[in-house]
Design a protein around this ligand. Structure first.
Ligand SMILES: [Zn+2]
Length: 171
């Protein structure tokens, strides 16, 4: 992939000693950092909610609600906003599970902040991106197989969710 300098528009070269630094012929530094997103495990009665993707990439695969963090927004606000937009329900963030690096299909590096949120209100109604099938609640102790998931990094997040659930008091 050719990246162009944001200062002068010249092509840049990736530096070998610093993989996220790209420098143009005029010696301008261009730092390429991951785009941050918030992704949510909505939970209720020991189950987590998955939508079904309707769009590329990976249509038909199970997908957690989430999206990129907008300017001026906290990661927690993104989480609540995206759940409402993609599944039509209200949630309360109760914990931060972890952060998971990945690469989007356009080659852009992303960092996914995963939150756990309690379902609080509303009827599950999938939005445009997640109406590839009926959303489904899955037991946290029996989460979907990798082949059914939209993204590879979900496997790590699911493992961490399972461990979080085991530690959770009063469940
Ligand atoms: Zn330049």
């Amino acid at each position: 992939m050719t990246r162009y300098c944001t200062t002068c528009g010249s092509p840049t070269t990736q530096q070998t000693e610093k993989q996220n630094l790209w420098v143009c012929e005029n010696k301008h530094d261009n730092w390429i950092n991951p785009v941050a997103g918030s992704i949510v495990f909505v939970i209720k009665d020991g189950q987590a909610l998955f939508g079904v993707r309707s769009i590329d990439p990976n249509p038909g695969k199970l997908c957690l609600p989430g999206g990129f963090i907008e300017l001026g927004e906290s990661a927690e606000q993104t989480a609540v906003r995206e759940v409402k937009a993609e599944l039509g329900i209200d949630v309360t963030v109760i914990d931060f599970l972890g952060s998971y690096p990945s690469t989007y299909t356009n080659g852009r590096a992303t960092i996914n902040f995963v939150f756990i949120a309690d379902y609080t209100a509303g009827e599950v109604t999938p939005g445009d991106d997640l109406n590839g099938g009926d959303p489904m609640w899955r037991d946290i102790e029996n989460l979907p197989a990798q082949d059914d998931l939209a993204w590879e990094w979900y496997a790590d997040a699911q493992k961490d969710l399972s461990e979080w659930w085991q530690r959770k008091p009063g469940k």
